[in-house]
Design a binder for this molecule. Sequence first.
Ligand code: KG4
Ligand code: ZN
Length: 341
Amino acid sequence: MTYILGIESSCDDTSASVIKNTRVLSNIIANQVVHSSYGGVIPELASRAHQQNIIPVVDFALKAANIQKNQLSAVAFTRGPGLLGSLLVGTSFTKSFAMALDIPIIEVNHLKAHILAHFLDDDEGIDSPGFPFLCLTVSGGHTQIVKVSSPSKMEIIGSTIDDAAGEAFDKSAKIMGLPYPGGPEIDKLAKIGNPLAFTFPKSRMPDLNYSFSGLKTSFLYFLRDRLKEDEGFIEKNKADLAASMQFTIIEILLEKLKKAAITTGIKEIAIAGGVSANSGLRAELKQMADREGWKVHIPGIKFTTDNAAMIAIAGYFKYLEKDFSTQDVTPYARSNSELSY
Ligand code: KG4
Ligand code: ZN
């Protein structure tokens, strides 16, 4: 039996998880409320909160998994990409914790981990895609279409040239005066709004690439003009604005995913990352899968946003290959190829 402790601290969630092979025994997440009043994550506050949270969160994860720390086979941690100060907390903790136990440490790429979350097994069962599959990774910092040939062999075949899909949600929400993070707020409002009430221009990008910054700007200008005529425009049209914006983002995302499936001939399709929690995206993807004859894999909501179970499973695959890191490893805020290491 292999027991992996996973540690995630790349942004504003401190998380620890214990898995037994692919089975999730615990997955504890401490969200940082400190950022909500600022309308975004403040890196310095995030790293301080990680410092406060990391030991209790790990302790809780071990207790919830009902295992002793000396049963652990290895510790997997997010090396990057993410906020450097936040990543440093998880990396430093991992090094000293593993050194004391004399067990290996395993560096994990956060984006690969989002994809590998599909291989986690819990009470709700497991629905792992077969290789090769395409994964639309949509998070707060990234939007990528990835061809996944094995747990270690992944190739980015499309990505955003500017904002990520999550930013498109968060920034539109901010323009509307909704709290951070805006994605879940837009999702909630969209359920009671008309997606066809307003239309926003979609950028035309070549190949399998995305661009979301133009959409955000046109939303800003559209609202600025309407507010001149009616100060209460946003308040009166909140749900329709959210539904129309969400509809446009989903159309952009799925149009390129469809193109990727046609280009590669791959019909095994997955989504991953925080935005894959979006109820509209999940529903539209299922419909597209029916029309296109795809086998679609949608992760359980708890494995979509940042969590340490996904870090643990990515670590598990590397553990099987004995692909360990050394004590001189340092975090990366970005890497040249976002799926390297
Ligand atoms: O993967 P994630 O937790 O963190 C990063 O690695 O970035 O993704 C966070 C992003 C945020 O932009 C958040 O607004 C978005 O995921 N998000 C959603 C929903 N839940 C989280 N966006 C749309 N609908 C949701 N239900
Ligand atoms: Zn993430």
